[in-house]
Design a protein around this ligand. Structure first.
Ligand SMILES: NC(=O)c1ccc[n+]([C@@H]2O[C@H](COP(=O)([O-])OP(=O)(O)OC[C@H]3O[C@@H](n4cnc5c(N)ncnc54)[C@H](OP(=O)(O)O)[C@@H]3O)[C@@H](O)[C@H]2O)c1
Length: 360
């Protein structure tokens, strides 16, 4: 059990907005026995508000955590109703913009999974091990927007998987060109998501708005922070995104050109020895190894590797040379855990460990 940071004696009360959806349920699972955060409130749309969580939620995996969560009343996503100082948002992007701003204006910390604010220059887009230092733009966000709260975002699920795999290579060899092609799980479309007759035995070579999101977010994630600003990386990136009949886990084939060309062995050694931002070590949700490289010729595969590190480890395999660019490889990560709720919880843990929540 990780002790609470600093002199803190009690867990921080937290709420989940969008608690009934695919990502919201993952938050509920991850927060059920969290050593630092106590899940006090569950909020969703007006359709669900006022009803019991167990009645309005089609629980998707295993058993709903006990502690009477199913009998709790769902709240409206309104900062006048939800009182927790820290809110995890798993809201649909259609409503996330307005709702998250209302919470930040009301002085709350919002850990968002939605796309709405990810690319705003004063909003951090964070994977703690990769770019946890970008959280520092929050001070400017508060000054610019005149609010006491803050919005911190995590990235698109495929961008997260790719960025964890590429961060050590970019830091050492400098990416010049990146080509990605994804095979994305159906849980990435939420619940009920893609109709079964559309996806069973099929591949859909289109996911609305996914390619631009993946392309632009990669550059912010692998950018650098200095003088209160994030400077995006400047390499060229081209993405194809595809939906495949897999339950959880986004698999990404990548071809990469570098400023300094590594051999496959050097690339493997660089990824294997990468430990991520030192200040993330010991955080409750950080896996011992955020990035693992497998030697197996036919891995990573969702069936075998998606739950590595409790869903927080990205697995890379098939690292080899390339006749057009420099290197090819395949990465896999869990979209609703590392790519969504787990990533958000880790962002909150990093904020907590640096004292950002001390007054919350
Ligand atoms: N699934 C993934 O792998 C993944 C990964 C990264 C990021 N994301 C992002 O995370 C967010 C949630 O995704 P999801 O897959 O969990 O979607 P989802 O299963 O469709 O869930 C959407 C949630 O938003 C709530 N909601 C919808 N309209 C609302 C309104 N008008 N006011 C308040 N709440 C409202 C729903 O509540 P009701 O049940 O009451 O309608 C539900 O709790 C999205 O922004 C998505 O892009 C998803």
């Amino acid at each position: 059990m990780s002790p609470l940071p600093g002199k803190r004696k009690a867990k921080w009360p937290v709420a989940v907005l969008g608690a009934t959806g695919a990502v919201g349920q993952t938050f509920v699972r991850l927060l059920a026995n969290h050593p630092w955060f106590e899940l006090r409130e569950l909020a969703a749309s007006e359709r669900s508000a006022g009803k019991k969580y167990g009645e309005v939620t089609r629980w998707l995996e295993g058993e709903m955590p006990p502690s009477a969560i199913g009998t709790r009343r769902v709240s409206a996503c309104d900062p006048g109703v939800v009182t927790a100082p820290i809110v995890f948002s798993a809201l649909d992007a259609v409503v996330a913009g307005e709702v998250e701003m209302a919470f930040a204006r009301a002085g709350r910390f919002v850990l968002s999974n939605a796309k709405n604010f990810r690319m705003e220059p004063d909003v951090p887009l964070v994977i703690p091990e990769v770019n946890g230092d970008h959280l520092a733009v929050i001070d400017g966000q508060r000054r610019n927007r005149g609010w006491d709260g803050a919005i911190v975002t995590n990235a698109n699920c495929s961008a997260t998987v790719a960025a964890v795999a590429l961060a050590p290579l970019h830091q050492r060899f400098g990416i010049r060109q990146l080509f990605l092609s994804t095979m994305q799980a159906v849980s990435g479309a939420g619940y009920p998501g893609v109709p079964s007759l559309d996806i069973l035995g099929n591949v859909i070579p289109y996911i609305s708005d996914e390619e631009p999101k993946l392309e632009r977010e990669m550059l912010k994630l692998l950018g650098t922070y200095a003088d209160e600003e994030i400077s995006n990386a400047t390499f060229k990136v081209s993405a194809h995104t595809n939906r495949v009949p897999v339950e959880h886990g986004h698999t990404i084939c990548m071809t990469i050109g570098f400023e300094t060309k590594p051999t496959p062995e050097e690339a493997i050694e660089t990824m294997r020895t990468w430990e991520g931002l030192a200040s993330t070590k010991g955080l409750p949700s950080r896996p011992p190894h955020p990035l693992v490289v497998t030697d197996a010729a036919d891995r990573p595969q969702p069936k075998s590797d998606v739950s590595a590190g409790n869903g927080m480890t990205v697995t890379v395999g098939r690292v080899r040379g390339d006749a057009i660019f420099d290197l090819r490889m395949v990465a896999l990560g869990h979209n609703t855990i590392r790519g969504a709720a787990g990533g958000s919880v880790l962002n909150a843990e990093l904020l907590a460990s640096t004292g950002a929540f001390d007054s919350a």
